[in-house]
Ligand binder design. Structure first.
Ligand code: UD1
Ligand code: MG
Length: 462
C-alpha cells in the first residue's frame, strides 16, 4: 500500500493585482472559482485530508470551496495574517496533527495544473526516495519567479527573484510552487524558517535548501502553460483561453461537433453526448447536460439545464434551469426560465417565454407567448400572442390546460384558471372562468359589420 497523502492548498492571499473587492481565488474561470482547480487535482490524486488555507475573506472562500466539493473531507486552516507562503503552510499544521505521510502543497491560483504532472511528481518522489520533491518550469522570461539553483546538476536551493544575484537571475529554470514533502520533515523544518529576505516574508522555498542538505531533491519538469499562475485579469483571461481550448478539444474527441471551437464557450462541468452539433458563440454554463444528436444553434446560452437526445435548439435561445425532453424543437429566440419542464416533441417558437411550466408531449406554442406557472397537457396548441396572467399583483397563480386543448391567438388566461381536456378557446378571449372539457369558450364582443360606413363618415367630414 502506498503511504498516505494529504494536501495543503494555499488560498489565503488577497490578490492585490486583481484590483478587486473579491479575493483572487474566488474569481471565476470557466464556471468555477479559481482555487477549485488545484483543489480538484488534489482530490483526484486521492489526497485526504485536504486542507485549504484561507485568510483574506476567509468565510466567503470557505463557503465557495464547500459548495464546489460538498462531499469531500475538507479541513480549513486559517492564516490570520499573510506573512508568506511558509507561514501559510504552517497554519495548516494543527489540522494535520494526526497525519503522517506525504503532504502535497499547491498554490490556489494555478488553474491549468495537470493530473499527469502530479502523478509524475509522486513517482519521482518515490524513485528518488526524496524528503522533498518539486515541480520546475523553464521560462523564457523568468522575471518574478523563484530560481532553481543547482550544483553539479543537483538542486541546492531556490532563490526568489528579489533576492537573486545577477548570475542567479540568468537562470531560467523556475519554481512552479508545487511540492511533495514528508510530514516528518515538513513541520520541523517550517518552524526553523526565518523572514530574512528582501520581502521580509516567511518563504516556503527555504524548505528546499533544508531538504537538499538531507539528500537529493527530486524534480519534475512541467510545461510553462500548465504551471502558470494568475496574478491579474489579463493573466486570468489568458488561462481561461487555454482552459476553454482544452475543454472544447475534449468534447470534440468524444464525438461532439463544434462548428467554431474558438467561439464556443463551454464551462468545466458540462456533459455533451456524441453527434451533437454546437454552433458558433454558443455558451454552455456549468451543470448543463446535453444528450446525443442535439443541435444547438448559434448564440444560444444554456445554464444548468438538461436537454435530451435529438432535440433541436435554433439560434439565440436562452435556457436557465430548464429540462427539455427528446426531439423537441425550440427557438429561434426562445427563453426557457427556471422550472420549465418539457416532455418529448414539444415545439416552442420565436419569442416564447416559459417559467415554471410543465408542458406535455407534442404540445406547441410556436409564436409570441408567455407561459408562466402553467401545467399544460399533451397535444395542446397554444396560439400566437397567448399570455398566462399568472400574477395578481400579490400572488402567483396556476393555469392548467388539459390534453388536446386548442387556445386561439391573443388569448389571456387569467389564473387561477383551467381549460378541460379537448376544449377550444376562441381567438382574442380573456378566460376568467374554468372551461369544461370539450366546450368552446369565447369572450369577445360579437362582430358587427356596418356597410358603407367609411364613405358616409368621409362625406360628413366634407
Ligand atoms: C511563489 C514562490 C516562487 C515561485 C512562484 C510560482 C515563495 C516564497 N515563492 O512566489 O518561488 O516561483 O510562487 O508561482 O513561495 N499565499 C498565502 N499566504 C501568504 C502568502 C501567499 O496563502 O501569506 C498564497 C497566495 O494566495 C497564492 C500562493 O500562496 O495562492 C503564492 O503566493 P504568491 O505571493 O503569489 O507567491 P509568488 O511571489 O508568486
Ligand atoms: Mg504568485
Amino acid at each position: 500500500m502506498s503511504p498516505s497523502l494529504a494536501a495543503v492548498v494555499l488560498c489565503a492571499g488577497k490578490g492585490t493585482r486583481m484590483k478587486s473587492e473579491k479575493a483572487k481565488v474566488l474569481h471565476p474561470i470557466l464556471g468555477r472559482p479559481l482555487c477549485a482547480y488545484p483543489l480538484k487535482r488534489a482530490l483526484e490524486l486521492g489526497a485526504s485530508p485536504l486542507v485549504p488555507v484561507v485568510g483574506h475573506q476567509a468565510a466567503e472562500v470557505e463557503k465557495a470551496i464547500r459548495a464546489q466539493f460538498p462531499s469531500a473531507s475538507l479541513r480549513f486552516a486559517l492564516q490570520k495574517e499573510q506573512r508568506g507562503t511558509a507561514d501559510a503552510v504552517r497554519s495548516a499544521e494543527g489540522e494535520l496533527k494526526d497525519f503522517s505521510g506525504r503532504v502535497l502543497i499547491l498554490y490556489g491560483d494555478v488553474p491549468l495544473l495537470r493530473r499527469e504532472t502530479l502523478e509524475a511528481l509522486v513517482a519521482a518522489h518515490e524513485s528518488g526516495k526524496a524528503t522533498l520533491s518539486m515541480v520546475s518550469t523553464t521560462l523564457d522570461d523568468p522575471t518574478g519567479y523563484g530560481r532553481v539553483i543547482r550544483e553539479g546538476g543537483k538542486v541546492t536551493r531556490i532563490v526568489e527573484h528579489k533576492d537573486c544575484t545577477p548570475e542567479q537571475r540568468a537562470v531560467r529554470e523556475c519554481n512552479a510552487g508545487i511540492y511533495l514533502v514528508e510530514s516528518s520533515f515538513l513541520w520541523r523544518a517550517l518552524a526553523e524558517i526565518r523572514p530574512q529576505n528582501a520581502q521580509g516574508e516567511f518563504y516556503l522555498t527555504d524548505l528546499v535548501e533544508m531538504a537538499a542538505r538531507l539528500g537529493p531533491v527530486a524534480t519534475v519538469e512541467a510545461d510553462a502553460t500548465d504551471t502558470a499562475g494568475v496574478n491579474d485579469r489579463v493573466e486570468m483571461a489568458a488561462r481561461a483561453r487555454v482552459m476553454q481550448q482544452r475543454i472544447n478539444e475534449g468534447h470534440m474527441r468524444a464525438g461532439v461537433t463544434l462548428l467554431d471551437p474558438a467561439s464556443a464557450f463551454i464551462e468545466d462541468d458540462v456533459s455533451i453526448g456524441a453527434d451533437t452539433e454546437i454552433g458558433p458563440q454558443v455558451s454552455l454554463a456549468a451543470g448543463t447536460v446535453v444528450g446525443r444528436n442535439v443541435t444547438i444553434g448559434q448564440g444560444s446560452v444554456l445554464t444548468a439545464s438538461t436537454v435530451a437526445d435529438g432535440t433541436t435548439i435554433k439560434p439565440y435561445s436562452v435556457f436557465e434551469e430548464a429540462k427539455v425532453g427528446e426531439r423537441c424543437i425550440i427557438g429561434p429566440f426562445a427563453r426557457l426560465r427556471p422550472g420549465t419542464e418539457l416532455a418529448e416533441e414539444v415545439h416552442l417558437g420565436n419569442f416564447v417565454e416559459t417559467k415554471k411550466a410543465r408542458i406535455g408531449k407534442g404540445s406547441k406554442a410556436n409564436h409570441l407567448a408567455y407561459l408562466g406557472d402553467a401545467k399544460i397537457g399533451s397535444g395542446v396548441n397554444v396560439g400566437a400572442g397567448t399570455i398566462t396572467c399568472n400574477y395578481d399583483g400579490v400572488n402567483k397563480h396556476v393555469t392548467e390546460l388539459g390534453d388536446g386543448v386548442f387556445i386561439g391567438s391573443d388569448t389571456q388566461l387569467v389564473a387561477p384558471v383551467s381549460v378541460g381536456d379537448g376544449a377550444y378557446v376562441g381567438a382574442g378571449t380573456t378566460v376568467t372562468k374554468n372551461v369544461p372539457p370539450g366546450s368552446l369558450a369565447v369572450s369577445r364582443v360579437p362582430q358587427v359589420n356596418k356597410e358603407g360606413w367609411v364613405a358616409r363618415k368621409k362625406a360628413q367630414r366634407g
